[in-house]
Design a protein around this ligand. Structure first.
Ligand code: CA
Length: 428
């Protein structure tokens, strides 16, 4: 597991990039997340690392020869950690590389961010027991959690073609989806625009090294197959979902758009924020292939998560938006390593650039719910906003902003940046 603390995590390190020393930045020298960017004139994506309000172009800085992020993600532990150390040493105060690195800096405000890599297959999990229980209760009041939940990391195969990047501003924009919707009293469904559009607060995990078909990844090696984490919004059309989901699960209610944040925060950077992974005392222990001492001691990661909403009215009034909830990734019922071990236990091969969604990350309290479905109790109790507006589900013009950050006494806090997306009206 990536629990090693070294000089790259030292909170005393400061950068000659002044904005990286701003206590408010998500991207101090201790973070060094990877993404792909291009300037206004460029056609191709370049590999960059965020530092303060700048991007370091890794080709210009002569740290990489490839422009292929998926190749970089396949690096073994030793070259991967050597690259992180070279970045840390080159960007810190007094570095001999300052002149070379300075020539490779571009302000983030002047570049367009792309998807962080070429995304192959996408699998969405369901790792919050709090989300699974609350949503289950809406459908099955007496039996909210299905019997397999505490044994199997539940997931389904999603679609990668409609995954976009949640850049600054409006972020990924998409039209409100249409689909078959059948009201509870209606005899037949109709094709109409979704009226129960929702967000889902999730963490995305990007696969690093592939495994060969037929060769399961052991839990103890699973994190060597994960490059880094992002924020992830799995937009969901609840009314389409309710009619289509039986018996094979979600389909068109989920695959019209999903938004990933532009920067992959590496598991190396997240090492100081590892936590024990505990289950309630009376819950069953995971089967042996999903259990290890290391996973119990360090499997969880403390990432504070927030969902913000900026309505069109707020935007018109220069209002930055309002926080709807916050939760923490450490409350997930399955760890990233367990997801990799489970996904491959049958011999399924993962490829670098594949994306896992964690599932909606609701916390134990009702105000920590990671979707409007939960916050508005299925649409029964509108969420009141401070400007007098209210929401049961999303309206046209709404921008949803996900944020995530890690804090621990004795370490520099790091963040994920933002994951933004905006709902456009349905196509006429
Ligand atoms: Ca989901």
């Amino acid at each position: 597991m990536n629990t090693g603390i070294d000089q790259t995590h030292d909170p005393a390190q400061r950068s000659w990039v002044e904005s990286a020393n701003d206590p408010a930045t998500d991207f101090p020298i201790q973070n060094l997340p990877f993404g792909r960017f291009r300037g206004e004139e460029d056609l191709d994506w370049c590999i960059g690392v965020a530092i303060g309000d700048q991007v370091l172009d890794l080709n210009c800085a002569k740290l990489l020869e490839t422009q292929d992020m998926n190749r970089v993600m396949r690096l073994d532990k030793q070259p991967r950690q050597a690259l992180r150390l070279a970045l840390s040493q080159g960007l810190r105060h007094g570095s001999a590389d300052e002149v070379r690195f300075r020539a490779a800096l571009v302000p983030q405000a002047r570049v367009e961010m792309g998807l962080p890599c070429e995304i192959g297959d996408y699998t969405d999990f369901y790792t919050s027991i709090h989300h699974a229980t609350t949503v289950g209760r809406q459908f099955r009041p007496d039996n909210p959690l299905l019997p397999n939940y505490k044994w199997v990391p539940i997931g389904y195969h999603g679609r990668s073609s409609s995954i976009g990047v949640g850049n600054a501003g409006l972020g990924q924009t998409f039209h409100r989806p249409r689909g078959q919707i059948k009201g509870p009293e209606a005899v037949e469904p109709k094709l109409e625009p979704c009226s129960k559009l929702d967000f889902e607060l999730e963490i995305g995990a990007f696969i690093a090294r592939p495994n060969a078909a037929g060769e399961p990844v052991l839990l103890t090696e699973a994190e060597e197959h994960v490059f880094g984490l992002t924020l992830f919004n799995d937009w969901s059309a609840r009314d389409i979902q309710a009619w289509e989901y039986q018996p094979l699960g979600p389909f068109l209610s989920k695959n019209f758009a999903s938004t990933v944040s532009p920067w992959m925060v590496t598991l190396d950077a997240l090492a100081p924020f590892r936590e024990p992974f505990n289950r309630p005392e009376n819950d069953p222990a995971p089967l042996p292939y999903l259990d290890s001492l290391e996973n119990r001691q360090h499997g969880a990661i403390s990432i504070e998560l927030e969902v913000w909403l900026q309505t069109a009215k707020m935007r018109a009034n220069n209002h930055a938006g309002e926080r709807l909830m916050h939760s923490n990734y450490r409350d997930a019922y399955w760890t990233v390593a367990q997801l990799v071990a489970h996904h491959t236990v049958n011999g399924c091969n993962l490829r670098s650039g594949d994306l896992f969604g964690s599932g909606t990350l609701s916390g134990p309290r009702p105000d920590q719910a990671g979707s409007l479905l939960e916050l508005s109790q299925g649409g029964k109790r509108p969420v009141a906003l401070s400007n007098g507006e209210q929401r049961t589900f999303l309206e046209d013009g709404d921008t949803v902003i996900l944020r995530g950050y890690c804090r621990r006494e004795g370490f520099r806090h790091i963040g994920f940046g933002e994951c933004r997306g905006t709902v456009l009206p349905a196509h006429p």
